[in-house]
Write a protein that binds this ligand. Structure first.
Ligand SMILES: [Zn+2]
Length: 464
């Protein structure tokens, strides 16, 4: 059956019209002819998503009312209750919160000060998962290194020092290795603490927090991110041969695991209710800023796809399931719990989309799946032309949809905001709703609703 559908798509490719002018002079629709039955609803969804700033206003309500939402916090618990009540008000089906136990890391008070040469406070944020310093703090000289190799070359000098990895930001994927593994690398050579230059493009003296892990069999030393400006200053001082001495105080600790939840809501499929198109985000955030771009906006934009379908009376053939996942930032317990709970239906997941890179313009979509699925996705993406998206790139996926997708070999999509703007405020006090334009949220909602609706409503499954 799916073979027949593929054949029909190929046959119809001959009549694809690319922006040709009709006799009346109006712009004819672009894209594959098989999309014809979906065009009206797509136009309605895109129009409704962009008619007002509903989505931005909902994001502002979430972030103003509950603030940042680190795993195990009262803020997150309250926000989960709000999401559940609000999805119910939207008229979504099967609204539910499914319990997940999550780690609870608490920052406490923290500070870092250069005590020699003259006193100078450092803009810092302890890294998530870090241990505390002794109550009196640690006072030590700083050893500045360029990268892991430089540390190896100067290993003998690291004993008793605070090692600073002053690694300029290239991409998140590359530079984040220092945040994750800097403390362990430094501890191997006897360092007493580790500083990492904040992982992000140069901001306004903004430190970026984020998760880190301790390696097995190595001392756990306190670790923090410091603003790029502070890292550069320490670098210049030591390049001049000066001793830089720092006092670091941190109270960070883990408390007992806490109860949290993944929240779900659905549009039940009219023909194949057991076939699932999953869209989602993570609802937790770090404990600074408001978790607006990371990842409140991803939750609101994917949620909009369902809210708009419900409002417009659009019920696709398959079930569209919204998942607001918990604990992506420091444990990924939410995405893993979903995989465990839904393993039996993993194969019935047709498509999964996660929005966890913000919505800053210019935004784009990434896809990972078979060549056959890619051809269908590229056809559907032609419907995004009015929104001005570039062709769908590679790199679909997301931390929360990853586990179920691996289990069910599910084609995956990512909605990606502009990376430079996103990573400039990522995990910082500056991650607030003010930096996001209402049009950026509306456009994300329009694009996600388009992809989700067509994939959920096609007569045949998206090929695996
Ligand atoms: Zn995120």
């Amino acid at each position: 059956m799916s073979g027949m559908f593929r054949t029909s798509i190929c046959a119809l490719a001959a009549v694809v019209v690319y922006g040709a002018l009709t006799p009346s002079g109006a712009q004819a629709p672009t894209g594959a002819a098989w999309l014809a039955p979906f065009r009206d609803n797509v136009a309605k969804l895109q129009q409704a998503a962009q008619a007002d700033s509903f989505a931005w206003t909902r994001l502002a309500e979430l972030t103003d009312t509950y603030g940042n939402r680190i795993s195990g916090s009262e803020n997150l618990t309250r926000a989960i209750r709000w999401a559940q009540a609000t999805m119910t008000k939207d008229g979504l089906a099967s609204v539910r919160a499914e319990k997940v136990m999550v780690p609870r890391w608490v920052r406490g008070q923290e500070s870092a000060v250069i005590v020699e040469p003259p006193e100078h406070p450092i803009a810092m944020l302890g890294l998530g998962g870090s241990v505390a310093t002794p109550a009196a703090g640690i006072e030590a000289d700083v050893l500045v290194v360029k990268d892991f190799k430089d540390l190896e070359a100067r290993a003998a000098q690291a004993t008793g020092k605070i090692v600073l990895f002053n690694v300029p930001y290239t991409t998140y994927g590359e530079t984040v290795a220092y945040r994750g593994g800097g403390a362990t690398a430094a501890a191997k050579h006897g360092a007493v603490a580790a500083f990492v230059r904040a992982v992000g493009p140069m901001g306004l003296r903004t430190p970026h927090t984020g998760g880190m892990n301790y390696g097995q069999g190595v001392a756990k030393i306190p670790t923090a991110a410091i603003a790029a400006e502070d890292a550069n200053r320490i670098q210049r001082l030591s390049d001049r041969g000066l001793r830089v001495r720092v006092r670091l105080k941190m109270e960070a600790k883990f408390e007992a695991d806490a109860e949290s939840a993944n929240v779900f809501g659905e549009i039940v499929g009219r023909e194949f209710p057991k076939e699932i198109v999953l869209v989602g985000c993570h609802f937790d955030s770090w404990d600074v800023g408001m978790g607006a771009s990371d990842d409140g906006v991803g939750c609101i934009a994917t949620w909009e796809a369902l809210r708009l379908m419900k409002r417009l009376g659009i019920q696709p053939r398959r079930t569209v399931r919204l998942g607001l996942f918990t604990n992506e930032e420091n444990g990924m317990r939410g995405g893993n719990a979903y995989k465990d709970a839904y393993l039996a239906s993993a194969g019935d997941h047709i498509f999964a989309l996660e929005s966890d890179s913000g919505v800053f313009a210019p935004a784009s979509l990434g896809f990972t799946g078979s060549d056959a699925a890619r051809r269908t996705i590229d056809d559907i993406a032609s419907l995004l032309a009015p929104l001005g998206f570039p062709p769908v790139g590679p790199g679909g996926g997301g931390a929360d949809i990853g586990p179920i997708s691996a289990a069910g070999k599910v084609p995956m999509m990512a909605y990606n905001g502009d990376a430079t703007r996103y990573f400039t405020i990522h995990h910082t006090p500056a991650d607030t709703v003010d930096r996001i334009a209402p049009e950026e949220v509306s456009k994300a909602a329009a694009a996600i609703a388009t992809m989700t609706y067509v994939i959920a409503d096609m007569p045949e499954r998206l090929p695996k």
